[in-house]
Design a protein around this ligand. Sequence first.
Ligand code: ARG
Length: 566
Amino acid sequence: MIENIKLELKKLIEEYYKNNYNENISIVVEEPKKAELGDISIPMFTVVKALRKPMPEIVNEAVSIIKSSDLPILEIKPVGAFVNLFVDKSLLAVNIIKEAIKQNSNYGTSNIGDGLNVTLDYSSPNIAKSFSIGHLRSTMIGNSIKLILQKCGYNTYAINYLGDWGTQFGKMIVAYKKWGNKEVIMNDPISELTKLYVKFHQEAENDPQLEDEAREAFRQMELKNPEYLDLWKWIREESLKESKQIYDLLEIDFDSYNGEAFYNDKMDPVVEELENKGLLIEDNGAKIVKLGDDIPPALIKRSDGGSLYITRDLAAVFYRKNEYKFNKILYVVGNEQKLHFVQLKRLIDVMGYDFSNEIEHVNFGLYLTDGKKASTRKGNVVKLYDVLMTAINLAKNLIAEKNPNLKNKDEIAKYVGISAIVFADLKNYRASDVEFNIENAVKFEGQTGPYLQYTSVRIASILKNTEFDVDNIDATLFAKPHYFELVKLVSQFRLNIENAAKEAAPSIVAKYLLALAASFNHFYSVEKINVDDEKTRNTNLALAKSVRIVINEGLRLLGIKYLDEM
Ligand code: ARG
């Protein structure tokens, strides 16, 4: 929490030299090696050099600049070339609490993004296939990164790059024309379409000609054959409904749903450019681009002329660069596509563009149940919507047990259930595999989303029907470790958000909130909050309020709703 004072000191002193000497001197504000020397230390060498004045004079001048400020500083002790300071921690603590209460949900806002544009590509399910656990991870992680970036002043543009193009649609169309039934599909699109897809593969084992028919059907789509495109459109609409159910439940939205199909008419110019630059090589009838000895070449066109996943991603990245003027583009996609994104970046390099360093594969791991990869293949298709519903039902049971008289039980259970699922994911560093257990995730205690919601609700009930005056609080209480630790954590909110933004890692915010909640619950177990002494009561209530502000805003950044009751 000394960070803020350090920044202010730096600004104060630099501005002083600018205004009085017209010199731009960069001031270093650090922490002394030994704690007994002070909390902050400012070496004055650079100033002596710039102003050509004796050290003692410079040091004295610096001391008086600091003295004239209203920063919470207890003592200034110059030692040689260093101005060492002791911070008035109690006063600092009071300032932090006041600031949090004043700013409310704006607390923790940062400007490190400074209006830079970040394009995000996440969720991106494959149409006509079920929404997988990987897509759910991408959805939750991507959504949270977007919110965190916004909090840091970045302009974001969120794209759901639907997997709505490719040979699988050729297969789907062939299967539909042979065995499909419109009414049956309308009733339960994903299941029926999945059945058709499975049937296609079974039949194709004995009848390899089906694969050729599928390739031809996809080629027809790329040639814009109207009959095929109509069928495709219908399949796309129907199966998007399943994804939309999940987005509605999670209250997640996108700025664009332009998927792979959107790039159908945007690939030719890119392929031409590759050709003109002499990069496109014939390989057994197909067209490839060599990317160096360390990675395999990129397959750009099949021998039948069909495009590929990477061809579409290449067209998409140019389109997005032009359209959204990104300074950074984040692809929130599983670890298994690592090579794909290495290839995409390398393609941009070999084409002679300089923005491949703006492309970041924000990778994530698998979901494990009992140490094994959760599989949606081989028939045991667990619909994710059902998993979310199970969590919501578990939350409903818990609430019925703990707080039977609660109003809006259903709505609250919905937010608790969702919080359980989202938090169980986001508390883990994204690139790691996640061990998931639904019963543990929904619990009100342990490292769960409901635990954080519960901590906030607890504070809400303490604050209910009470008033407090933040201008009348007892600063001396912050000499006590459990007070001090808690404020210190509150003050670290912004830093944690900034780190989460830099690393595209919501887990940093999630873990921070767990630490804050634990610190508050410890505080609450040793300290009675609503005491008779007015100043102590004001202090306690203000501190509790600032903790609730941070938890609520932190939850929002993860895509979780805070509650007033549960
Ligand atoms: N639809 C793809 C899949 O499910 C993910 C797309 C990721 N985004 C991208 N631009 N490639 O595997």
